[in-house]
Design a protein around this ligand. Sequence first.
Ligand code: SF4
Length: 504
Amino acid sequence: MAATAIPSTYNPLIKKIESGLSPFSSTQKFNRSSNSNGRIVAVMAPQSERSPSTTGSVKTAMTMTEKILARASERSHLVPGENVWVNVDVLMTHDVCGPGTIGIFKKEFGENAKVWDREKIVIIPDHYIFTSDERANRNVDIIRDFSLDQNIKYFYDIKDLSNFKANPDYKGVCHIALAQEGHCRPGEVLLGTDSHTCNAGAFGQFATGIGNTDAGFVMGAGKLLLKVPPTLRFVLDGEMPNYLLAKDLILQIIGEISVAGATYKSMEFVGSTVESLTMEERMTLCNMVVEAGGKNGVVPADATTYKYLEGKTTKDFEPMYSDQNASFLSEYRFDVSKLEPVVAKPHSPDNRALARECKDVKIDRVYIGSCTGGKTEDFMAAAKVFLALGKKVKVPTFLVPATQKVWLDVYTLPVPGSGGKTCSQIFEEAGCDTPASPNCGACLGGPRDTYARMNEPQVCVSTTNRNFPGRMGHKEGQIYLASPYTAAASALTGFVTDPREFLQ
Ligand code: SF4
């Protein structure tokens, strides 16, 4: 897919250095973590001359992705391009790809075979859940039968479709559920049958999407042959303006390098701006690396990571960090303080434009949801914009929390500066649709009865991650990818709107 021409006004903000060997950012100063019991679970040497317990002495510098794969393949050193057998820490599948994965597992390992490790497989119904579509419902039945038969420890079931709250095990969108349930741990390898598995790179985990055939093999063998990707490094420095969110940063980057700019490469995000991001914002950054073709994205684990993990996992983990003199294929530097809110116009995530350049684009609807833009902080951000103006939305505005936990937050957490109002109260006052049951929803269209699916050729501003033709339902629909700030601002005007109009 061709990249859109980049306006010259962007260029002074970005500096690309080929084969750059640059000092590592201050992220290295975070050198240890503790779990909820206060026990130290990981200690990092501050310099590159470290001796990982499982890989022996590091003789040649490596990036963090190379180090994670070296640990997982029991090698002391790896270089990009090598093919290695990688031991998998977590395998995730869901209702769309689970049945196919299970079918391949049974075909190759035997009808009565047992999975390699029932505690390392996470099965999450999330895609086509609240629908009367028989094939979709059957998929959930298949993964349920398999999970019960195999005694899968982490199967997040849903049985009562009429009331998601009646299903205590049900979580919602897999990538956010993986994070919230403690399956994302620094230094580990997570493979999933979903392209946005890269979301978990926010934790300093090697996380990538794989196909059903590979997943069927992992299910039986616990390992997979992977090619070590070279790494592109993105250094984001500068104070984040209060009108920007991580969605703006990743749309900026994808617009810069195109949808093929990181094909089979690791994207490592460092710099003072990245350090200042919350875990949910780091997830937004990593979630969309696959839209640039990236194999995975990673953010070095730090105190923010360890804080988020408190109480979520009791498993020891070993974070990995790029050596000071590691080789990166290219390095891109961004001065975040000078960036503006951006959107990706139809029909490609790299079709970047400034939000203000699209102010004449009339829209029919707004969608806030998905693994990219349906987290608690995404709804908080949208509520902040609605609160600032105190007016009603001009177009139907659909809200789909990613998980049960997010849904609960929307209904219980007070929005800062609101005098104690929750997001749900602010959304109701603004005339939005009632927040829906957590699932993938209309992010990928789904069966025709899917809530908020685009069944007409409308124009939508969406916090999701893809805007290809047909992605949200109708093949002639036009999707503008945007941050929750921009989505909420656009809902209030009925046009694509730069949120600075309401936030400054
Ligand atoms: S929310 Fe959308 S992008 Fe995320 S896993 Fe579901 S369908 Fe995929």
